[in-house]
Ligand binder design. Sequence first.
Ligand code: ZN
Length: 252
Amino acid sequence: MPEIEWNRLSAESLRDLAERDAIVLLPVASTEQHGPHLPTGVDDILCSAVCLRTAQIVAAGRPIVVAPTLWCGLADHHVAFGGTFSLSLATYHAVLRDLCRSILGAGFGRVVMVNGHGGNMAALTVLVGELTRELEAPIATVTYFMEAQAEAAAILDDQPGVMHACEAETSLMMALAPDLVDRARLGEARGPDFDMLASLTPTLKRFHRFKEITGSGVVGDARRASAEKGAALLEAYANGLAERLLAGEPWG
Ligand SMILES: [Zn+2]
């Protein structure tokens, strides 16, 4: 298995990967409250893990490397719970521009910003166009839990996909970092359902802070989370994304 982590490779090895037209996955996550039972690093941990698993699968068919994870994103809606970092949109744009510019400067031509945080989705949809124009390179983006949605729905019992600190995220954490899940608090780990896609559609709405939506900091229901579900979700998301990259998407 070739090394796939940018930080574990020498500059010379990375120049070689760039010459071989390797895909670069740039995990873009967040550090924010995740209810009473999960650590603030959930998005960072999960997004990194999905990217590494995806790259392991893709590496059998074409060169790929996973850049270090951007641990901070747009999370102002979580600040009132504590434990949260957030960037303003202008800063986020500037950080992404410079990270992508660095990857291009290292000789790579295929950058995919793999997102693991709902609050980044709207911004990334806009910024991917801005970055493509500014850097004159075909930057791509995907939110990992928008892949394999049917498979994820079949794995989960109480919700159709990722919400927040929910059955899906808690299961993934139980599979990947079980010592960071406080099982004694699982009974409190529930809130109203939340439709991520509906929240992004331009029907009449205003900005809601998470405090207005949920007292626990959770949306969805984590009480029936399990490591088995988490392992299956990780494979589903990674396989979904890997399949598309191996098929040549999104550059075709
Ligand atoms: Zn998040």
